[in-house]
Ligand binder design. Structure first.
Ligand code: BGC
Length: 728
C-alpha cells in the first residue's frame, strides 16, 4: 500500500468521512501553537488605535489566520443578519444588498423568504471572500425599547426560531458558516456588558432557549455567539449551565461557541464551554493564549478541552465545506436579483396598522400630495451598529448620532439611497407632489392644508449600544404628525422604526403603515403598498404597547447610569459594577404578558390589515400525541393577497394561557380557496420540568383558537392530548 499519498499524509481531506472524524484527524496533526491559534480571532476593522489590520485579513469584524502547513483556511468573519457590512468603509467602496430589518422579515412570517434572504447574504459574503457570517441574530423582544430589536425576529420563540433557522440554513447553503446570536437574553443594550438577567430556568427553556433550540434544529449553524450580558450571575461566555449544560449537553450541539466582541471576561470561559475568543484586541486580555496555557498547566482547565475547542471549530469548517470547495471570492454578484429579494421582503413585511375609509391604496383622482419629513427625499432609514449595511453607491445621508462610549461615538443615523419621494412621484401619475422636510410642524400643516393628501414619514432610529429611552417618536415628530393631521383629514403616516412606538395621534390620522427599516429597496416597497402595486401582507411579530406602564419593567433598568454606553475595550469587566434585571415575566414574553395581565395593547402580536378579505371554514382539530389543526381559507375580497392565519393554544385543562402553535401563509386570488394544516411542536404544549430535565406534556383537554392575531379569534375548538415526556 502506498503510504505517501496526499490522503495518507492528510487523511482529513477525504470528504466522504464525517465532519467530526475529519476534525479529530486534523486536530491530531496540529502543534500546540497551531491549536491555540485557532482559539482566538482578531478584530479586523483596521482603523482604530491599537488594532491595526492583521496581515492577511479582509477588513471586517474578525479574522483567524490560516495554517498553510496543513491546508487549514483562515476564518474571515463578517457581520451580519441584514446583509454584508462594511464598517466605516473599511473596504473602500464595497457595498452590499441591505435586507429590511429583522422585524420586517419576521413580519412576513415567511420561512421560504427567510431562507432566500439568508442565501442571498451568504452568496454576497462568500463572493466578497468571507467564510463566516455573524448572523442570524435572534434575541426575543422582551423590551420594545431595546436598541437592537430591529436586528432580531420578534417576541415569539416559534416565529423567531423558524425564521432564524431558515435564514441560517440559507446562508450555509452557500458553503459558509452562519452564527446564531446572541446566546442568550441579550434583551437590552443599556449596560449590556454588565447587566445580569435573572430568570427561572423553566421560563428560559420555554422562551429564549426554545427559540435557539428550534433555530439550531432547523439551521444547524456552525457557530453560536455567546452574549455580553450575565444570566443568573454568570457571564454568557462563561455560563457553564447554559453552554456545557444546555447547548452542548442537552442539545448535543456539535459546533463551536464564539464570544461576542469584547465579551470574553476570563480564562474560565474555556472550561465553561466557550470555544473561541473573538476580537481579542477588545478584551482585557488575550485569554485564550498565554492565560489559557497557564490555566491548563495549573490543572484548572482540563487539557482535553483545548483539543475539544479546536475540533469543534474545525468540525464546523468541515461541515460547511470550507476544506472542499474554494470560496467563489471575486465572482460577480447578481445585485439585481438580490435587490428583488430585498424588495419583496420589504413590501411583504410592511404592516398596515390602520386604513380608515379604505383611503389606501391610493388610486386615481388625487390631484395633490404633500410628502412630509423623515428624510424621505433622500432615502430610507437603517438601524445603527455592527449590522448597518452600506448599499448602492453608499449612504444617502449619514448623520452623526453623538453620545458617550465606544458605540455611540461611532454610531450614525444612516439612510439607504432608495428615496420614497421619488417612488411616490413615479407612482402618483397625474398628481402634483410637494416635499416638506417637516422640521417645523407649522409649515408642514400649512402645506398639508392645501393638498388632497398628506403622507408623513416619521422615523425612530435605534442602534446597537443604546436603548430607546421611551417609545415616543424623537425630534418632535409626534407633534409634527398631530399638526398635519389637524390640517388634513387625509393624513397617512409611514413609520420607519426599530420596533414598537406609541401613537398619541392615532385617532386623528386616516392610515398608518409600519415600514420598519425597509432596506435597499425600501422606498419602492413603501410606494408599492401606498399605491396598491402590492397588497399589504405583514403581520406584527411584536406587540405594540398602548403605554410604557404596560411593560414588565416600565423603568428601563440601568437607564441614565454611566454604563449606558459601555466601552468594553480592554476593560476589566470583573471589576465593573453591574445590576440585576429580574425577568418576572418569565416565559410570558410579549403577547403572553398582555394575556397574563389582561392588558389591551395598542396593536396585538399577529395583527395586520389587508386590501382584501379572507374567510375561514372547515376548522377542525384532532388530538392524540399532538394537536393537528386544519382549516380552509378563502379570499373573499376583490384583490389578490396574502393571508397569515394563526393558531394559538388558549387553555389547557381549563387554565388559560396563550401560545402561538403555528401559522399558515397563503397567497390567494379573489375567490380562491386553499387548505391549511398545522401540526403543533409538542414542546409548545408542554411545561419544562427543571427537576426531571424534560418537557412534560400534561394529559387533558387543550383548547385552541384560529385567529387573525393574538387578540382577534375567529373560532375555537378543543381536543384531548395524551401525556408525554420529551427530551430536553
Ligand atoms: C455585536 C455582534 C457583532 C460583533 C462583531 C458586536 O458588537 O454585538 O453582534 O457580530 O460586534 O462586529
Amino acid at each position: 500500500m502506498n503510504t505517501d499519498t496526499p490522503q495518507a499524509r492528510a487523511p482529513w481531506i477525504n470528504a466522504n468521512l464525517p465532519a467530526d472524524e475529519r476534525a479529530a484527524l486534523l486536530d491530531a496533526a496540529l502543534t500546540e501553537d497551531e491549536r491555540y491559534g485557532l482559539l482566538h480571532s482578531q478584530w479586523a476593522i483596521g482603523f482604530l488605535p491599537g488594532a491595526p489590520l492583521p496581515e492577511g485579513a479582509i477588513p471586517a469584524a474578525g479574522y483567524v489566520p490560516p495554517i498553510p502547513r496543513l491546508g487549514i483556511p483562515g476564518l474571515y468573519e463578517t457581520d451580519a443578519s441584514l446583509g454584508v457590512t462594511n464598517p466605516r468603509n473599511a473596504r473602500p467602496g464595497d457595498t452590499a444588498t441591505a435586507l429590511p430589518s429583522g422585524l420586517a422579515m419576521a413580519a412576513t412570517w415567511d420561512a421560504g423568504l427567510a431562507y432566500s434572504a439568508g442565501a442571498m447574504i451568504g452568496d454576497e459574503a462568500a463572493k466578497k471572500g468571507f467564510n463566516v457570517l455573524l448572523g442570524g441574530g435572534m434575541n426575543l423582544t422582551r423590551d420594545p425599547r431595546c436598541g437592537r430589536n430591529f436586528e432580531y425576529l420578534g417576541e415569539d420563540p416559534l416565529l423567531a426560531g423558524v425564521l432564524s433557522g431558515e435564514a441560517i440554513r440559507g446562508t450555509q447553503s452557500q458553503g459558509i458558516i452562519a452564527t446564531a446570536k446572541h446566546f442568550v437574553l441579550n434583551d437590552q443594550e443599556t449596560g449590556r456588558h454588565v447587566v445580569n438577567a435573572i430568570i427561572d430556568e423553566a421560563a428560559l427553556r420555554e422562551s429564549d432557549l426554545l427559540a435557539f433550540q428550534i433555530a439550531i434544529e432547523r439551521g444547524a449553524p456552525g457557530a453560536i455567539m455567546s452574549a455580553y450580558n450575565k444570566i443568573n450571575g454568570h457571564y454568557a461566555c462563561e455560563n457553564d449551565a447554559l453552554l456545557n449544560g444546555v447547548l452542548k449537553g442537552d442539545w448535543a450541539y456539535p459546533g463551536f461557541v464564539m464570544a461576542d466582541w469584547g465579551a470574553t471576561t476570563s480564562v474560565h470561559a474555556a472550561a465553561s464551554g466557550l470555544d473561541q475568543q473573538s476580537g481579542e484586541q477588545l478584551d482585557h486580555k488575550v485569554w485564550f493564549e498565554a492565560p489559557l496555557r497557564e490555566s491548563v498547566a495549573a490543572g484548572e482547565t482540563p487539557s482535553e478541552r483545548i483539543s475539544d475547542m479546536a475540533r469543534r471549530i474545525l468540525r464546523s469548517m468541515f461541515a460547511a465545506g470550507l476544506f472542499d470547495r474554494p470560496l467563489p471570492k471575486g465572482e460577480p454578484i447578481d445585485y439585481a436579483a438580490h435587490g428583488r429579494i430585498a424588495h419583496q421582503a420589504a413590501a411583504e413585511g410592511i404592516v398596515l396598522l390602520k386604513n380608515d375609509r379604505n383611503i389606501l391604496p391610493l388610486t386615481g383622482g388625487i390631484k395633490s400630495i404633500a410628502v412630509i419629513g423623515g428624510y424621505s427625499d433622500v432615502g430610507v432609514l437603517c438601524g445603527g451598529g455592527s449590522s448597518q449595511v452600506t448599499t448602492g453607491k453608499g449612504h444617502a445621508a449619514f448623520i452623526h448620532a453623538g453620545g458617550e462610549g465606544a458605540m455611540m461615538a461611532m454610531a450614525s443615523e444612516a439612510y439607504h439611497p432608495s428615496p420614497p419621494l421619488a417612488a411616490i412621484k413615479r407612482a402618483a401619475t397625474g398628481a402634483r407632489v410637494t416635499f416638506v422636510n417637516g422640521r417645523y410642524p407649522s409649515e408642514a400643516a400649512l402645506i398639508a392644508a392645501g393638498v388632497d393628501l398628506a403622507i408623513v414619514f416619521a422615523n425612530q432610529w435605534t442602534t446597537e449600544g443604546a436603548d430607546a429611552p421611551d417609545l415616543s417618536l424623537p425630534n418632535g415628530q409626534d407633534a409634527l404628525i398631530a399638526a398635519v393631521a389637524a390640517a388634513n383629514p387625509n393624513t397617512i403616516v409611514v413609520l420607519q422604526t426599530g420596533g414598537p412606538v406609541l401613537m398619541p395621534w392615532l385617532a386623528d390620522v386616516a392610515a398608518v403603515l409600519e415600514a420598519w427599516y425597509p432596506g435597499s429597496q425600501g422606498g419602492e416597497a413603501i410606494a408599492d403598498i401606498l399605491f396598491g402595486a402590492a397588497c399589504p401582507a405583514g403581520r406584527l411579530p411584536v406587540t405594540f404597547p398602548a403605554a410604557i406602564s404596560q411593560l414588565p419593567r416600565p423603568d428601563l433598568p440601568g437607564l441614565g447610569q454611566p454604563w449606558q454606553s459601555p466601552g468594553g475595550r480592554r476593560v476589566d469587566l470583573s471589576k465593573a459594577p453591574g445590576f440585576d434585571v429580574p425577568h418576572t415575566e418569565g416565559s410570558d414574553v410579549g403577547y403572553r404578558w398582555y394575556a397574563r395581565t389582561g392588558q389591551a395593547p395598542l396593536f396585538p402580536f399577529g395583527y395586520g390589515l389587508s386590501y382584501t378579505d379572507f374567510g375561514y371554514s372547515n376548522f377542525a382539530v384532532t388530538g392524540g400525541e399532538t394537536l393537528t389543526v386544519t382549516f380552509d381559507v378563502t379570499n373573499t375580497g376583490a384583490l389578490e393577497g396574502i393571508d397569515t392565519p394563526q393558531v394559538y393554544l388558549t387553555s389547557r385543562n381549563g387554565a388559560p394561557l396563550l401560545r402561538l402553535l403555528g401559522w399558515s401563509r397563503l397567497k390567494l386570488k379573489p375567490g380562491e380557496r386553499a387548505s391549511a394544516k398545522i401540526i403543533a411542536d409538542p414542546r409548545l404544549l408542554a411545561d419544562f420540568d427543571t427537576a426531571a430535565r424534560r418537557w412534560q406534556v400534561p394529559a387533558g383537554d387543550y383548547e385552541i383558537a384560529l385567529a387573525r392575531s393574538a387578540e382577534d379569534i375567529v373560532a375555537k375548538a378543543s381536543a384531548h392530548i395524551q401525556a408525554a415526556s420529551i427530551n430536553p
